[in-house]
Structure formats: structure tokens, C-alpha cells
Design a protein around this ligand. Structure first.
Ligand code: PGA
Length: 254
């Protein structure tokens, strides 16, 4: 049975008190979550340390939503890989479309951050996604393959096993987003898998974790994770309340 990843990024939501309350409820539910489910939470920087401490010893991993690639330096407002490590996070989300759109994050910057994460034993979770316009032009696959290939440039076969790729179509994310159908998501995931296969061989490619994100909810989670090349889901709104996230963890185990 495959491991199914079910995680959430809180984006710019939750104060420390709200984060702690969430984790307390989650902790009570975690013992009921089957071993085949891999939960993860990506809080804002201000509460990563506390969330990691509360969840230490549980199976739930934590991560950060961004990271600079340099170890230190004059980069006002940024957070370095050693700082991320120190606060207990194991995952580093990189290249979410909101960061690409609002903070001018480029494929090249993401590539440098992937390298930096791997050098510091952090697992990069790289988001790739097509816009509504790119979808209408019929270049969704080209778009996400380009993003993934640039992010993985210089990543060895051993290292790629640490990388997680999340396909997050921009048109599916957030309020007003329309979730990809399971078949549509599977088609893109199959293209990503096959590009991984070309680059790293089938055995390695099969083990790379490929997630889907964008308006995942309790109604569509199961049909998404049943797809051959979808190894889990990366959820926003539907997982921001503890009851919602716990429900998704339960559904993923059935
Ligand atoms: P959503 O967000 O589930 O609220 O659509 C997904 C994401 O941005 O990862």
C-alpha cells in the first residue's frame, strides 16, 4: 500500500495561540491516523518552532513556506537554511504560485533554494503550476515540466528521493478556484513522472513523491489519491481548521 501524504500550508494565517490550539487538537487525533498516511504542516515562520516542538515525537512533519539559499548575510527579512533547521522544520516549501506571482520568485531562484535545502538535509517541496491562460493555450504540461526540470537541475538521483513535487494549478487555488478533475491531475502527474523517469530511471522516478494541490476538500480527496501517480495532497483552506484537517486525514486512510 502506498504512503499517502496529506499536508497543509497555513499561508499567512494563525497567530501563535491559534497554532497551538490547532496542534493540540491534531495531537489527539494523530494516534487514529493509519501508518500509511504521512501528515505534514507548514505554518508561518513565527510559529514553526512551537509547532515543531508540540508535534515532536509524532509522525507529523513540519516545514516552512520559503527560505533563502544563502547560509547567512545581508538579506534583510530572509531566513537561512541553518535557521530553518534550527527551528525543527524538515520540509521547505518552494515556488508556490503566490510567491512566484507576488514576490517575483523565479525558476532560477527556486533552483538555488532546492540545492541549498538538500545541502542542509531539508526536504524541498517544490510547487509547479500552470495559469488559466497557459491551460487555455494547451501548454500546461510544457509549463510544469519546465518548472520542474529547472528546479531539479543539478539534483542527483540520490538527492531527488528527498524532493517532493506538488502540482498546483494556479486556476485551482484559493477562493474561486476550480479543482482539477482527478483525471486531469493524473494526466499532469503522469507527465511529471515520465520526465523524472527519463532523467533518473524508472526505479527512482517511482519513489519521488508527487502531490496535488488546489481546492482539495473532503469531497474530492479520495478520488484524487486513487490516481496512480498522485501520492498525496497539499491542502489550503479545507485544512485550516483542526476538524477539517483531521477529517481529511481520516478520509485518506479509507
Ligand atoms: P487551497 O490552496 O486548497 O485553499 O485551494 C491550495 C494551495 O495554495 O496550496
Amino acid at each position: 500500500m502506498k504512503t499517502v501524504w496529506v499536508g497543509t500550508s497555513w499561508k499567512m494565517n494563525k497567530t501563535l495561540a491559534e497554532a497551538q490550539a490547532f496542534c493540540q487538537q491534531l495531537q489527539q487525533h494523530l494516534p487514529c491516523v493509519p501508518e500509511t498516511i504521512q501528515p505534514f504542516i507548514i505554518p508561518p515562520f513565527t510559529c514553526v518552532r512551537e509547532v515543531s516542538q508540540i508535534l515532536a515525537g509524532s509522525r507529523c512533519l513540519t516545514g516552512v513556506q520559503n527560505m533563502h539559499y544563502a547560509d547567512q548575510g545581508a538579506f534583510t527579512g530572509e531566513i537561512s537554511p541553518p535557521m530553518v533547521q534550527e527551528c525543527g522544520a524538515r520540509l521547505v516549501e518552494l515556488g508556490h504560485s503566490e510567491r512566484r506571482a507576488y514576490f517575483a520568485e523565479s525558476d532560477l531562484t527556486i533552483q538555488k533554494k532546492v540545492q541549498a535545502a538538500l545541502c542542509h538535509a531539508l526536504r524541498p517541496l517544490v510547487c509547479v503550476g500552470d495559469s488559466a491562460q497557459e491551460r487555455a493555450w494547451g501548454v500546461s504540461q510544457e509549463t510544469v515540466l519546465r518548472q520542474m526540470k529547472i528546479a531539479l537541475s543539478g539534483v542527483t538521483a540520490q538527492q531527488v528521493l528527498q524532493v517532493i513535487i506538488a502540482y498546483e494549478p494556479i486556476w485551482a487555488i484559493g477562493e474561486g478556484g476550480e479543482p482539477a478533475t482527478p483525471a486531469e491531475a493524473q494526466q499532469i502527474h503522469a507527465a511529471l513522472r515520465s520526465a523524472l523517469c527519463e532523467q533518473y530511471g524508472a526505479e527512482i522516478a517511482q519513489q519521488v513523491v508527487l502531490l496535488y494541490g488546489g481546492s482539495v476538500n473532503a469531497d474530492n480527496l479520495q478520488s484524487l489519491i486513487q490516481q496512480q501517480d498522485i501520492d498525496g495532497v497539499f491542502v489550503g483552506r479545507a485544512a485550516w481548521q483542526p476538524a477539517g484537517y483531521c477529517q481529511l486525514l481520516t478520509l485518506a486512510g479509507h
